[in-house]
Design a protein around this ligand. Sequence first.
Ligand SMILES: NC(=O)c1ccc[n+]([C@@H]2O[C@H](COP(=O)([O-])OP(=O)(O)OC[C@H]3O[C@@H](n4cnc5c(N)ncnc54)[C@H](O)[C@@H]3O)[C@@H](O)[C@H]2O)c1
Length: 459
Amino acid sequence: MLALAVSGKLRASGSQYKRLDVGRDSVTIMPIMNICVIGTGYVGLVGGACLADRGHKVTCVDIDTDKIARLLKGELPIFEPGLDEIVARNMKEGRLICTTSYKEGAKDAEIFFITVGTPPKENGEADLQYVYKVAEQIGQHMNGYAVVVGKSTVPVGTNRRVKEIIAEQYSGEFDIASNPEFLREGSAVDDFMNPDRIVVGVEADRAKKEMEKVYESFECPKLFLDIESAEMVKYASNAFLATKISFINEIANVCEQVGASVDNVAKGMGLDARIGPHFLQAGIGYGGSCFPKDVRALAQTAGTNGYDFKLLRSVIDVNQHQQLHFLERMRKQLGGFASKTIGVWGLAFKPNTDDIRESVALEMIEQIIKEGGLVQAYDPRAIENVKKEAPQVTCVDSAQCAAHGADALLIATQWDEFNIVDLSQVKANMRGDIIFDGRNMLDPDFVRKQGFIYFSIGR
Ligand SMILES: NC(=O)c1ccc[n+]([C@@H]2O[C@H](COP(=O)([O-])OP(=O)(O)OC[C@H]3O[C@@H](n4cnc5c(N)ncnc54)[C@H](O)[C@@H]3O)[C@@H](O)[C@H]2O)c1
């Protein structure tokens, strides 16, 4: 059945779905695909909603019944700027369906996106059990030709294994593809809608054509590669960005020794077009659900294939050292953490998200509590998750409340709202007068003028 959508309305006419976008001077024909997205988390929900917004018919499947129930009630299970509006609009207009039923998701699906988690195992390797479980389910429910697309971050070889698992269950024709995702939490909708590039690994021409249809409305370079290279692009990109962070953190540590300012050094470096200004912000290190696990997974993959990736091992060491070094500075300044009250600003692993996976803030808090310190923490979005995942952390309702009666303040996540907190009020609220700025977000001269003892990194 071919459906033509004119000004958003569908009508039947053949063997596939098309949409007509009628602009002022031109008429564009866009394919509409039936897409099943499996795993409705940060990547799956954002990707599914954005693809629906581009006109595709998307069914998001998740085994988390609570998550799907909340979505069906019109609530978002995660915080991501702009996502609520896009999910609501596309659900209302019938292009986005959320369900726990694989059967419903697989019905008429031309594309399956696998977007489940690939968390780290104890030894750093990516845990692929969720991806392989989904492959089994797809094999059981597939009912016609489709392309199964791996979007989860997975080591080389995983998508070929997915193909084998599906083929054990399903004897019809299908293809696989690897389509790593580069969105960043905090700006995920904009990143998905306006990507720098789309990378797709394919082995069959038919799969390439299907993927071209999925992304036809996206204006950016589209790179079609072999499957193994596509899988590797994601790990190499994240490992490179993590290397840039660890590099600037090392430079910051040298700056401290020689009396230079890492802010000025980063500015001078970033103006070089070969280097660029991004990921040159010194701080207490990277965290989150991607960099730590992906860097470790790549180092591990290299190792199991007989290659010692020395640079990556150093990147990991430097990252770990950054927070330990800062904790040591705090410990020294405070004469130990025992019975000291530390106000903490920021719990999410970065600003504009509620995600606390591998958050440096939480790792530091854990250590402070272990050494007898008392913590009162505030985050604009992550408190609900902290209450569930780290109930030992006392959370308060505002940045001022976190400062109240504190001996020292630790800034652990660079939320914009911390820039506009009234520091004279903070000073009046605190028992002590020390600010440890782990994200170099405040102006040292200004903070010192307010009467604080101020520590940051590399300046
Ligand atoms: N979060 C990011 O910023 C980001 C960016 C790029 C790539 N990635 C990669 O994308 C993948 C997903 O990451 P995420 O952050 O969206 O994870 P997430 O934990 O937010 O979401 C995963 C979802 O999959 C669901 N799930 C697990 N098993 C399932 C199954 N058998 N069937 C259906 N649903 C199932 C879970 O309930 C969960 O809702 C990971 O490989 C990650 O590395 C993440």
